[in-house]
Design a protein around this ligand. Structure first.
Ligand code: SAM
Length: 251
C-alpha cells in the first residue's frame, strides 16, 4: 500500500464510517422517500448514505469537495450497478439547475465549516437549492463536556477490517482554540506490525444547540424542528446527535 495515498485514506475513512454502524442511513433514506421531488446530499463522501438513496429508488444527486471520496463512490456504485450523479463542489457555494424536495448534510459535516460566514453561506445555499415546501436536514454531535474532558487529548484506538485485514485506527481530538471552540482531530492507521499507512488531521468546531439556533434564526428558513438521535423525539439531554430539519415554506 502507498503510505501517502489520498485514495487509501479516503477508502479507509469510508470503511471507518461504515463500521460505525450508525442509525442515520435509514433515517435519511426515509426522509428522502417521504418528500416530493429529488434529493441532494451535501458532503456525500464515499456514498455510505448516498448509494442507499439510489438503491431505494430515490432520484438523488450528491456533492463533495474531495475528488478521492467521489472516485470511491463511483467505484462502489459501479460494483452495485448504480448510476450516481455526483460532482465535486463546495457546499457553501453551490447552486443547481433543479430544485430539491430534500437537501441533507449528514454526519457532522457542518462542523467542518469553522467560520460563521461559511455556516451562514451553507444555510443560504441549502435554502436556495430547495423547492418551496422542501426541507434541509443536517446532524451534528451534541458536545458532551464530560466525555470531552475524559477522552480528548488521549489516543483512542480500534480495529477496522480493511481490504480483508485488521488495521488499527487511532484518533486523538484536542481543542485548539478555547474561544472559538475549534478542535483538531488527528487520525492515523497502522498495520498489525505497526507500519503507518497514513496520518492526517482535520479541523472542526463544536456546535452546541444554542449556537446552531442563533445561526438558524439568522438564516432564510422560516421554521424548524430539532430531533435527537435520528428518532422523532425532540432533542433532549441524553441524546448524542442533534438532527435539525429546516423548512422552506410553500409560497
Ligand atoms: C464525515 S464525512 C461524511 C460523508 C458521508 N456524508 C457519510 O455520512 O458517510 C464529511 C464529508 O463532507 C465533506 N465536506 C466537508 N466540507 C465540505 C464542503 N465545504 N463542501 C463539500 N464537501 C465537504 C468531506 O469531504 C467529507 O466527505
Amino acid at each position: 500500500m502507498n503510505p501517502n495515498s489520498d485514495r487509501l485514506r479516503a477508502e479507509f475513512m469510508d470503511a471507518v464510517y461504515r463500521a460505525a454502524d450508525r442509525r442515520d442511513v435509514d433515517y435519511y433514506v426515509d426522509r428522502a422517500r417521504s418528500v416530493e421531488g429529488p434529493a441532494l446530499e451535501l458532503g456525500c463522501g464515499g456514498g455510505r448514505i448516498y448509494l442507499e438513496l439510489l438503491e431505494a429508488g430515490v432520484d438523488a444527486d450528491g456533492i463533495d469537495r474531495s475528488a478521492e471520496a467521489l472516485a470511491l463512490l463511483r467505484e462502489h456504485a459501479a460494483d452495485r450497478g448504480l448510476e450516481p450523479t455526483v460532482r465535486r463542489a463546495d457546499m457553501t457555494d453551490y447552486s443547481a439547475d433543479r430544485a430539491y424536495g430534500l437537501v441533507c448534510c449528514p454526519f457532522n459535516a457542518v462542523q467542518e465549516l469553522t467560520t460563521i460566514d461559511s455556516q451562514q453561506a451553507l444555510l443560504k445555499s441549502a435554502y436556495d437549492l430547495l423547492a418551496p415546501g422542501g426541507t434541509f436536514v443536517f446532524d451534528t454531535f451534541v458536545p458532551d463536556l464530560e466525555y470531552i474532558a475524559e477522552t480528548w487529548g488521549e489516543w483512542q484506538r480500534r480495529t477496522i477490517e480493511f481490504r480483508g485485514e485488521p488495521v488499527e485506527y487511532h484518533t486523538r481530538s484536542r481543542l485548539v482554540d478555547s474561544v472559538t471552540q475549534e478542535y483538531v482531530s488527528e487520525k492515523k492507521a497502522t498495520t498489525q506490525d505497526g507500519e503507518q499507512l497514513f496520518s492526517f488531521e482535520g479541523r472542526a468546531t463544536l456546535l452546541p444547540y444554542r449556537e446552531l439556533e442563533l445561526l438558524v434564526r439568522s438564516s432564510p428558513f422560516e421554521s424548524w424542528t430539532v430531533a435527537g438521535d435520528y428518532t422523532d423525539e425532540p432533542l433532549n439531554d441524553g441524546h448524542s446527535a442533534q438532527v435539525w430539519a429546516l423548512e422552506r415554506t410553500e409560497t
